[in-house]
Design a protein around this ligand. Structure first.
Ligand code: SF4
Length: 239
């Protein structure tokens, strides 16, 4: 969009940049969803407008996802596990996929892994209500399987929109799949954890998933080290 056009249409340059950013983000979203053409219907343009002003809310995204059948994980799910917690959280915890208990309860991080996560959160003097908790894919992969790359790719645009809506300063990924997906890398978690990475201007620290800790208690120590780094930065950035 040229400066002349911006002037002619009387669009303030700042708003024009927001519009372009929103449009780019929406086109990426459509591309991620497998679309090859642009739909200029009123509904699509309304979505572009909401993205350009970055006004999308978690409730809006949740209402859009509630009957989602975009991937095979929809076939056996009981509930879509969208996310829970503070919609304006400074910190989001992101796991890989809901488990069987989550699927029954309709909320992420329940059962024994959820209890352990609650204790980890308490250990850094925060509560679940301070944070936002969600997963890469929103439906439970049956048979203890990991979500496939295709399922992750299909669901990922929803997570990206959740992150944009919450606008956190920090993300803590739990488990290898969440870290590798958001950081777009094949590096093992053992190499990724223990330090901050940049995710679109947000400080992202990967650590082990509580389910992993239940089977490998020896890894509680590195998680504690990661949490100490995280809370130090979290408290520093508050002032
Ligand atoms: S995992 Fe995500 S993309 Fe697949 S059906 Fe569930 S909500 Fe839709």
């Amino acid at each position: 969009m040229s400066a002349k056009l911006i002037d002619k249409k009387k669009i303030p340059p700042g708003k024009a940049l927001n519009l372009i950013e929103g449009l780019t983000s929406y086109l990426h979203f459509l591309s991620d969803m497998g679309c090859t053409g642009f739909n200029c219907s009123k509904e699509s343009l309304k979505i572009v407008e909401s993205l350009s002003t970055n006004n999308e809310t978690l409730d809006g995204i949740e209402s859009e996802i509630k009957n989602c059948t975009l991937c095979g994980l929809s076939l056996k799910r009981t509930n879509i596990i969208f996310g829970t917690g503070n919609h304006k959280a400074r910190l989001i915890f992101i796991g890989g996929a809901p488990d069987e208990n989550d699927d029954k309860n309709g909320t992420p991080f329940t059962g024994a892994p959820g209890d352990l996560l609650t204790n980890i959160i308490k250990s850094i003097k925060l509560t679940r209500a301070d944070l936002y908790l969600c997963t890469l894919v929103k439906c439970f992969p049956h048979g203890g399987k990991k979500p496939t790359p295709k399922e992750i790719k299909t669901c990922l645009p929803f997570l990206k929109r959740q992150i944009k809506a919450v606008k956190p300063e920090f993300i803590c990924t739990l488990g290898e799949t969440a870290a590798q997906t958001l950081l777009n890398t094949g590096e093992p978690l053992s190499m990724l954890r223990g330090r901050f990475h940049d995710y679109n201007g947000i400080k992202l620290i990967p650590t082990y998933h509580p389910s992993h800790l239940l089977k490998n208690p020896v890894d509680k120590r590195p998680v504690w080290e990661d949490m100490k780094k995280l809370i130090k930065e979290y408290n520093m950035d508050q002032y």
